[in-house]
Design a protein around this ligand. Structure first.
Ligand SMILES: [Zn+2]
Ligand SMILES: [Zn+2]
Length: 138
């Protein structure tokens, strides 16, 4: 899939989201910055490009994107919600020194005694913490 504005408009439309300029820009940012940004960091970067942007708009947009399965919330730390444009199952590793959050490929863990469980899983999270290579070498 390409990363042109046309494509982002199509992705939003396919998900049932009306593609306003701000929504397209926010989705564009998430698509091209796979750092799992917070509301604050999305706002701080995009406000330079869209002076009329408010934190509330970013918050509401992320809420809308989540409702339409365009993004997932990553809450590896209770104190900060971060957002992920990759919605397929994968794990996350957070460096406890520099705070960097990285994607980790993981095969979907299997529940034990699944037959006994009377619920259906719609989301799974796999969180790892430690020290990244960069920090380990310093
Ligand atoms: Zn680190
Ligand atoms: Zn991720």
């Amino acid at each position: 899939m390409g990363s042109s504005t046309e494509n982002f408009i199509q992705i939003l439309k396919n998900a049932g989201v009306k593609p306003s300029i701000q929504r397209i820009k926010i989705y564009d940012f998430l698509w091209n910055n796979r750092t799992h940004p917070t509301i604050d960091s999305i706002f701080q970067v995009l406000v330079n490009e869209i002076p009329t942007l408010s934190k509330t708009t970013v918050y509401n947009t992320m809420k809308l994107f989540m409702e339409h399965q365009l993004v997932r919330m990553v809450t590896i730390d209770e104190s900060e919600a971060r957002f992920d444009v990759v919605t397929q199952f994968h794990g996350h590793f957070k460096c406890e020194v520099c705070g960097k959050l990285m994607d980790v490929e993981i095969e979907n863990p299997v529940l034990v005694n699944q037959a006994k469980l009377d619920f259906e899983v719609s989301e799974a999270h796999y969180y790892l913490k430690g020290i990244c290579n960069e920090c380990n070498n310093n």
